[in-house]
Write a protein that binds this ligand. Structure first.
Ligand SMILES: [Zn+2]
Length: 356
């Protein structure tokens, strides 16, 4: 998420905008300028901004409902395809999950109802009324809110309706299985939408289909991973066969270790076997690309902030630490001696082997 930047805080969440969002604005402005001149361009950009204000309101619907269950939402990101509220965690009680999922589309229904009361009317010609500026504006906005509510209630991942569907399914089956069913429904739907988009010659529809397909798969994988990681402990996942560096090893000898082995990260240990930090391949390459002499100790580019866990630590705590950006998690005995370490890559391998 480095391609997004914060534009402010609202109701306890940071509001971020993805850079590609500006491409959308530019595209809307340019294409409207072509047909309607400067006034048309400004009007259409204003419409997109109003639309995204509704998307933000939708995401805050999720965030504020989640807060009722003690779940914070650190940030909400605006993407050209919509909003993304990053909840600290998902509620796992079916009732709470349904409430959080419904709160988003409910906001769009409320906005639609308000616009309707204020005189917005939707009919078959609402969307084509691009030129009838002032009267069309609110009606189009009302229509789009209705669309957002309906589209998001499709019972398949990654739509909000998929969460409701999963929560209902999980009354009969376990959560990972329920997720797989909801995700497969989403992928099936995406394939159908993709074919429809291709035959209708709509690249936007194909793009949405591709997005839905991958997002559905990611959700399923994520839940399967969490289910497995709750059953396993650090001992099951750790790498025990590896090369280490000493504090005296130079950049040169670390570079040779990179070539000699398949490791991407090297623990630096002292003579007692206690861990001092990790030298990563990326960190080493950056140092070698600079003008540091190769006789510099490799420990000068070592990352010292390595999370440490015991052999019996649950794998989901290890995953959480890796998610925070640590290159590896060290598994240490109670006397501080390093026994092994865990990387994202080898957790991935473990999931392939044990995740079925
Ligand atoms: Zn939503």
């Amino acid at each position: 998420m480095t391609w997004s930047f914060p534009i402010g805080r609202l109701l306890g969440s940071e509001l971020r905008v993805h850079v590609t969002f500006f491409l959308l604005i530019a595209w809307v402005g340019l294409s409207a300028y072509d047909s309607g001149g400067a006034f048309g361009a400004a009007w259409n950009i204003l419409f997109v901004l109003a639309l995204f204000a509704c998307v933000v309101a939708h995401e805050f619907g999720h965030a504020l409902m989640a807060r009722r269950y003690g779940i914070r939402t650190p940030d909400i990101t605006l993407l050209p395809i919509g909003g993304l509220a990053r909840l600290e965690r998902m509620p796992e009680k079916p009732g709470e999950e349904i409430a959080v999922a419904l709160a988003g589309p409910a906001v769009n229904v409320v906005i639609f109802a308000l616009l309707f009361l204020l005189g917005a009317r939707i009919g078959p010609d609402t969307l084509s009324g691009v030129e009838s500026l002032s009267s069309g504006f609110w009606s189009r906005l009302a229509l789009v809110n209705l669309f957002l509510a309906v589209f998001n209630m499709i019972p398949a991942f990654p739509m909000d309706g998929g969460r409701v569907f999963r929560a209902v399914l999980s009354l009969w089956m376990d959560r990972a299985m329920a997720t797989r069913v909801a995700a497969l429904t989403g992928q099936g739907l995406a394939i159908a939408l993709g074919f429809y988009g291709l035959s209708a010659g709509s690249p936007v529809m194909v793009l949405i289909a591709v997005f839905v397909f991958f997002a559905a798969g990611a959700e399923s994988q994520d839940v399967a991973m969490r289910a497995v990681s709750r059953r396993l402990v650090a001992r099951d996942a750790m790498i025990t066969s590896f090369e280490t560096l000493t504090p005296e090893d130079t950049l040169n000898s670390a570079a040779q270790a990179v070539i000699r082995t398949t490791q991407h990260e090297f623990p630096v240990v002292d003579t007692t076997g206690a861990l001092l930090g990790f030298v990563t391949r990326a960190g080493l390459f950056a140092a070698l690309a600079g003008d540091q002499p190769r006789t510099t100790p490799a420990s000068s580019v070592m990352e010292r902030n390595i999370p440490r866990v015991a052999l019996t630590a649950k794998l989901d705590t290890v995953l959480a630490a890796l998610h925070e950006g640590a290159p590896a998690v060290a598994v240490c005995a109670s006397n501080g001696i390093m026994l092994g370490y865990i990387t994202r890559e080898n957790v991935g391998e473990l999931m392939v082997i044990r995740g079925r």
